[in-house]
Design a protein around this ligand. Structure first.
Ligand code: AMP
Length: 402
C-alpha cells in the first residue's frame, strides 16, 4: 500500500511517497515558489540501491493545483515515476500545523473537518491556509482517494489544564482560545514510539523527555506515552532559544522595546521571530557556523552556545520534576542528531539525577537510533533520527484501516 504525504505551505508543496509494506521511501519532491514568475519542482526517485535519480524542472507554477498536477505527473510518468497510475496511491496524509482544541487525533477529511481546520486559521494564520489549499487541491485531483489530516498540535492535546492554561483572565481562554497548544507533535510522537521499541518497553508504560532541537525547537514531557507538557506555547515562539526565535522572555519586554525604540507591535514581533534567538546573540543562526566562530575565539558565539545549552537543560530539569520517573531522554532533529557538543553540554552534571552520558558513544553516534548513555545509566540517553513524514504515513494508514 502506497501513501502520499503532503506538506503544503503558502507557496510550496513537499511530498513523499512511501510504500507501507516495508516503509520504504519511493520518491519525494519539493514544489517551490508557487505563484511567482518562475517556480521550481525538484523530484527524487529512489531505487532499491544506489543514489536517487534527481529531476529538476523550472516553470511558472500558477497555483497549488498546477504544482500538484506536476508532482503527480512526475510520480506516474514512465521515465521519472514510481507508480503506474494515481490509483496506486491508497491514501493521502496531509500535515496540518494547527488543530486547536478541535482535533485530538489524526482524522479522515470531510467537509466538516475542512471547516474546522479553517476555524483554526486565526491561531496559525501563516500555516493553516497553505495546508487547506493543499487539501482542497488533493481532493480535486484525487476525488476517489482517502485523505487524512495529521496535526502538529494533536499529540499535545493530552496536556492537562494546569499545564496548558496561562495565568491570564480565564475569559480570554474562553473567548479566544489563548492557551498552550504545543507543536512538533508528529516528531515527538514518532521518536517516543521508536524509543519505546529501543527500550523494549510498552510505550503506554514509558516516561520520556523528548528534545526536538532544530532551527525551531521544542522539548516535551511524555508520561506513559502521552504528552503532559511541552515548551512551545500558543505559538511556536515560546520555549527554548531557537535559530532566530527568542523563546521564553519576560512579556513586559515587548512593550519596553516598542516604547523605547518607537516600533510598531508588528515590528517587535518580527524582531522576536526573525532577528532574535542565536542570530540575535551572535549574528548566526546555524550551529555549525557558531561552533566555527566560537573556536576562532568569538565570545558572542561562545555565549550563544552556553545560553542555548543552559535553556535546554532548564527544561530537562523541569520535566524530570514533572515526570518524577524517566526512562530516557531523546535527542532528535538537526541539532539533536548532529551536535555531540550540545548533547554533552545538556547532560553534563546530571549524573546524580540519573543521566550518565558515554562521551565515546556520544561522539561516535551515526545515523541509527541508539543509546549514548553508559549501560548502567538509570535514565537512558537516546539519539533517534526523526521522520515526520513516516509518522504521517503511519497515522494515515491507521486511520484508513480503522
Ligand atoms: P532542522 O530544523 O531540524 O532541519 O535543523 C536545522 C539546524 O540543525 C541547523 O540550523 C543547524 O543549527 C543544526 N545542524 C544541522 N547539521 C548540524 C551539524 N552537523 N552540527 C551541528 N548542528 C547542525
Amino acid at each position: 500500500m502506497n501513501i502520499l504525504v503532503l506538506n503544503s505551505g503558502s507557496s510550496s508543496i513537499k511530498y513523499k511517497l512511501i510504500d507501507m509494506r516495508d516503509e520504504r521511501l519511493l520518491a519525494e519532491g519539493l514544489v517551490e515558489r508557487i505563484g511567482e514568475a518562475t517556480g521550481t519542482i525538484t523530484h527524487r526517485r529512489y531505487g532499491r540501491a544506489g543514489a536517487p535519480e534527481k529531476i529538476r524542472r523550472d516553470a511558472a507554477i500558477d497555483d497549488h493545483t498546477t504544482g500538484m498536477e506536476m508532482a503527480v505527473a512526475l510520480l506516474t510518468a514512465e521515465d521519472t515515476g514510481v507508480v503506474a497510475t494515481q490509483a496506486d496511491i491508497a491514501a493521502i496524509g496531509h500535515r496540518v500545523v494547527h488543530g486547536g482544541e478541535l482535533f485530538h487525533a489524526s482524522t479522515r477529511i470531510d467537509e466538516r473537518v475542512m471547516a474546522n481546520i479553517e476555524a483554526c486559521i486565526p491561531l496559525a494564520p501563516l500555516h493553516n491556509p497553505g495546508g487547506l489549499a493543499g487539501i482542497r487541491t488533493a481532493i480535486k485531483l484525487f476525488p476517489q482517494t482517502a485523505q487524512v489530516a495529521v496535526f502538529d498540535t494533536a499529540y499535545h492535546q493530552s496536556i492537562p489544564p494546569h499545564a496548558y492554561q496561562y495565568a491570564l483572565p480565564y475569559a480570554l481562554y474562553e473567548a479566544l482560545g489563548i492557551r498552550r497548544y504545543g507543536f512538533h507533535g508528529t516528531s515527538h510522537r514518532y521518536v517516543a514510539g521508536e524509543a519505546a521499541r529501543l527500550l523494549d518497553k510498552p510505550l503506554a508504560q514509558t516516561n520520556l523527555i523528548s528534545l526536538h532541537l532544530g532551527n525551531g525547537a521544542s522539548i516535551t514531557a511524555i508520561a506513559n506515552g502521552r504528552s503532559v507538557d511541552t515548551s512551545m506555547g500558543m505559538t511556536p515562539l515560546a520555549g527554548v532559544i531557537m535559530g532566530t526565535r527568542s523563546g521564553d522572555i519576560d512579556p513586559a519586554i515587548v512593550e519596553y522595546i516598542a516604547v523605547q525604540q518607537g516600533m510598531p507591535l508588528s515590528d517587535v514581533m518580527r524582531l522576536l521571530t526573525k532577528e532574535s534567538g542565536l542570530k540575535g546573540i551572535c549574528g548566526r543562526n546555524d550551529l555549525r557556523d557558531i561552533h566555527q566562530d566560537a573556536a576562532a575565539g568569538d565570545d558572542r558565539a561562545r555565549l550563544a552556545l552556553e545560553m542555548l545549552i543552559y535553556r535546554y537543560k532548564h527544561y530537562v530539569g523541569a520535566y524530570l520534576a514533572v515526570l518524577g520517573e524517566v526512562d530516557a531522554i531523546i535527542f532528535t532533529a538537526g541539532i539533536g542528531e548532529n551536535d555531540p557538543v550540545v548533547r554533552h553540554g545538556v547532560c553534563q552534571g546530571l549524573d546524580k539525577l540519573g543521566i550518565v552520558i558515554d562521551p565515546r558513544r556520544n561522539t561516535d553516534w551515526q545515523g541509527r537510533a541508539a543509546a549514548i548513555s553508559v549501560p548502567e545509566s538509570p535514565i537512558k540517553v537516546l539519539v533517534i533520527p526523526t521522520n515526520e513524514e513516516l509518522e504521517i504515513a503511519r497515522q494515515t494508514a491507521a486511520v484508513i484501516g480503522s
